[in-house]
Design a protein. Structure first.
Length: 206
């Protein structure tokens, strides 16, 4: 059952990411970096998700002084494919032109990102390297998910600016609320998940 929740979480997460990109208001610093690389260098957004995931995998391995969590690449691979599929479907469906429609895409996307990330992380099946890095920073700084995620977002914000990624009002909203929403959804999703998966969660959101 937990693998069903894992797939559902990735599905929700990638839809949320695609909606924020589709809103054209600016997306998360990490996703802005992916879009910037896609525009400046080539390849799809999902392809860059996998490439950056490989680099972060090595980075996490060095920080923890452990073997690379190779399964994390599988999660990143599925996530990358999901992003490309959702972007294709959204662009073939409609392009938001009104400010109200753009903000609806942005807000719904942010909520789905928080919900999807919390859902798949709580299955404890190989988080993508970016989310593993969030956990590492949270533990090293002895802080909560909001602070850890925000610190990481600020680093990627600088890189996205250099590569002229889609930075805008939505990006600021993501930096301010991304970690906050994840911190809210983690305990809520945990309670729901533990009703179906009979194993206690070891996540710490203190």
């Amino acid at each position: 059952m937990k693998y069903v929740f894992f797939c559902v979480g990735i599905l929700i997460l990638t839809l949320g990411i695609s909606l924020t990109i589709h809103s054209d208001l600016g997306t998360s610093p990490f996703d802005a970096l992916l879009v910037g690389l896609s525009v400046q260098v080539g390849l799809s957004v999902g392809s860059w998700e996998m490439i950056i995931a490989l680099l972060l995998l090595c980075c996490n391995s060095l920080i923890l002084r452990r073997r690379p969590e190779v399964l994390g690449l599988l999660t990143a691979f599925v996530t990358g494919i999901g992003i490309d599929i959702w972007l294709f479907l959204l662009h073939s469906w409609t392009v938001p032109e009104l400010w109200l429609t753009k903000w609806a895409c942005m807000v719904i996307g942010l909520i789905l990102i928080g919900l999807g990330t919390a859902t798949y992380l709580l299955t404890h099946f190989a988080p993508i390297p970016l989310d593993r890095l969030t956990l590492i920073v949270q533990e090293l700084m002895r802080t909560n998910l909001f602070v850890a995620r925000t610190c990481i977002y600020l680093i990627f914000l600088g890189l996205a600016l250099i590569l002229k990624g889609p930075i805008g009002m939505g990006t600021i909203l993501t930096v301010c609320l991304g970690g906050f929403l994840l911190n809210i959804f983690m305990p809520l999703t945990r309670r729901i998940l533990e009703r179906f998966v009979q194993q206690p969660s070891s996540w710490s959101d203190s």
